[in-house]
Design a protein around this ligand. Structure first.
Ligand SMILES: CC(C)(COP(=O)(O)OP(=O)(O)OC[C@H]1O[C@@H](n2cnc3c(N)ncnc32)[C@H](O)[C@@H]1OP(=O)(O)O)[C@@H](O)C(=O)NCCC(=O)NCCS
Length: 175
């Protein structure tokens, strides 16, 4: 899998490429930044050591699981990780999570990362891409709808964020 370049709306260029084990420290730091925001993703902090993350990335073989990172000016600025079902019954399915750094949002980076993720899913024969998003996450839901995802279910009160119940929204794209 090769690196690709994308022009963003603010004039910067992002390089998208599969993660390598040497990205482990940057990814761990990145996950802590996104987690500390507290509003968009379930994970509040990285729960692994850098060595464990190195092994996780090394184990992502590009067929069962893959991590794509986006770099802007050599800084890790976005991430998508996709994991395919491991059994015959769910091998047609892949779940994913994605994010961009706060100062790299709404300029097309998420669209570029998800486009790359969808292309990967197609290339390995995945038929259905699925994810869960907080019902309060308007920008993420807009991105998924724009890319053709449909809502499959809304789970009332699935999460409590800042003391308020928040729906879990299950979305899917058939490929
Ligand atoms: C969700 C996220 C990955 C989207 O990536 P992004 O780079 O910001 O998205 P893009 O710039 O590619 O915009 C995607 C679409 O979202 C919509 N959008 C952009 N800004 C928006 C806003 N402020 N409110 C609502 N929708 C918005 C537009 O439809 C846009 O498409 P368009 O630019 O072609 O019109 C990113 O905002 C992010 O990291 N958010 C925090 C972490 C997160 O929520 N992860 C997903 C958890 S399920």
């Amino acid at each position: 899998m090769e690196a690709s370049r994308t022009e963003l709306r603010d004039g910067r260029t992002a390089v998208l490429r599969p993660a390598v084990p040497d990205d482990a420290a940057a990814i761990t730091k990145y996950v802590n930044i996104i987690g500390a925001e507290g509003r968009f993703v379930l994970r509040e902090r990285a729960t692994w050591t850098i060595d464990e993350e190195r092994r996780t990335i090394a184990a992502a073989d590009g067929r069962q699981a893959v991590f794509f990172v986006a770099e802007i000016d050599r800084r890790l600025s976005g991430l998508i990780n996709l994991t395919r079902g491991r059994w015959a019954k769910d091998a047609h399915l892949a779940e994913f999570g994605m994010s961009c750094l706060p100062d790299c949002r709404a300029i097309g980076l998420g669209t570029a990362l998800l486009t790359r993720g969808i292309a990967w899913a197609r290339s390995v024969g995945v038929r259905k891409l699925t994810l869960e998003v907080f019902g309060t996450n308007d920008r993420a839901i807009s991105l998924y709808r724009k890319m053709g995802f449909i809502e499959e279910a809304r789970l009332p009160g699935q999460y409590i964020i800042d003391g308020r119940p928040v729906e879990g929204v299950i979305m899917a794209l058939w490929l």
